[in-house]
Structure formats: structure tokens, C-alpha cells
Design a protein around this ligand. Sequence first.
Ligand SMILES: C[S@@+](CC[C@H](N)C(=O)[O-])C[C@H]1O[C@@H](n2cnc3c(N)ncnc32)[C@H](O)[C@@H]1O
Length: 248
Amino acid sequence: MANTVLDYEAEAAHYDRTRGGVPRARAAADAVLSLVPPGARTLLDLACGTGLVTERLVRPGLGVYGADAAHAMLRAAAERVPGRTVRADARRLPLPDAAVDAVSAVWLLHLVPFAPEIVAEAARVLRPGGVLIATVDKDAAHDVGSDIDAILRPYRSARRPSDGAGAVTAHAAAHGLDPAPGTHFAGHGQGATPRDTVRKLRAGYYASWFHGEQAETEALAAALTALPDQDRPRPDPRYRLAAFVRRG
Ligand SMILES: C[S@@+](CC[C@H](N)C(=O)[O-])C[C@H]1O[C@@H](n2cnc3c(N)ncnc32)[C@H](O)[C@@H]1O
């Protein structure tokens, strides 16, 4: 798939096991549902991935659909919400204008350089009064003030993430979406360990922070490897969900 750092065709096999599993998915789904208007009848879960969150959004009276660009992720989702998934790029949804009451995008906007296009497309498919619910500031959520963060913070804070709350709010306003109260959810089981942070660093997870230069990667890896308690998870992150209402 073009334009994302990770290859989600390959990630699918171990995604559920490595991203907080059911506890994280349940927390995310509950938080999304708390922002869905009571009368909503249709919810499109953009970048539904393996459907771990999507299946927990299903409620009586609420038709829940999932869209994702990666075949392998979508195959898993299709087993969880049968007949309700579609392979689609979030910038070009196979839906008419004003078709749904809510759109969710959990952990999508931080991945792509074209967040404004996704926000515009979500606004297009939302009915007036409908709600876009999206994670924002995802990287910042990972800074829990730990010793790992003290090492990563200068790199993390030097970049302007594609899911920055201010930028997403501006894109939303430009497409007829007004800010509404949001919420947070816990990344259960997602507290970083030094050893796993080094693994991710070498696997290129943070490449965009410093252009992946080898010397810098190795200097960071050395600093992280020197930390105590290499396998002790630091506190779980708390992710921010922003909400925007489609103007009438
Ligand atoms: C971090 S996963 C999040 C999955 C799910 N929302 C969750 O919380 O478990 C990101 C997902 O975004 C999908 N994705 C990335 N770029 C996309 C795009 N342009 N259109 C649709 N899906 C995309 C990937 O295939 C992947 O499944």
C-alpha cells in the first residue's frame, strides 16, 4: 500500500497480538461510541484494520461498516463483521455524498501524509449533523514521561505529525466540520519497554523522525539499550479522540 510507513499486508498476521489486543480495542470502541450521536443509524469505521475495534462498535440499531486499503487486514475484518467490509482508500470512498451518520478513524491520520484528503472525504460522506471521530496527536500519547521518552522526546517533538490536533481541526473546519467535545482511551498493554523500542527503531517505525540515518539510529539504540529494566513496560499511553460535527 502506498504512503504508509508500515506494510500492513505483512503486519496483519501479528497485528492483534501486538497492538494491545482486545483490552485496547474495547477501550477504543467504547470511547468512539461515547461520541456517536444517540440517533445515529450508520457508522463507517475507516482504516478498520483487522476489525478488532470495528466488531466492538456494533450495537442494535447501528449499522457498522469497515473500510481498509490492505487486503490482509481486511480479510481478518471480514470474518469479524461479515458482509460489512469494503476495500477502499480512505481518500476515495465508494459512497455517495451524505450517506452515513458517523465516521470513525482510529489510528489512521498519523500514518499518512494526506490526512487533509481523508478529512475532506469523511466530510463528504457524512450527513449534516453527522460526526467524524478520529485519533489525533498519536505520537504525543506515547510520551508518558518515562526514561524512554526522555531519550525520544527531542526527536518526537521536532516533527509536525500529520494527525496534529490543530492541523486536523483546521482541515475539518475547511470542509464544514465543527469541533465537538472529544475523549481519550487507554492503550492497554501498550506501555513501551526499552528492548521493544530498540526493535521498532531498527525496524524503521521512527524513521520519519530523523530520516532514518544509520548513525543516529545506532546512537539512539545505544542510549535505549543502556536503560535499566529492558523488559519492564513503562505506563500505558492514553490516546486522544477528537470529534467534529458536519454543519447542516
Ligand atoms: C494502525 S492500523 C489501525 C487499525 C484499526 N483502526 C485499529 O485501531 O486497530 C492502520 C490501518 O490503516 C490502514 N490504512 C492506511 N492507509 C490507508 C488508506 N489510505 N486508506 C484506508 N486504509 C488505510 C492500514 O491498512 C491499517 O489497517
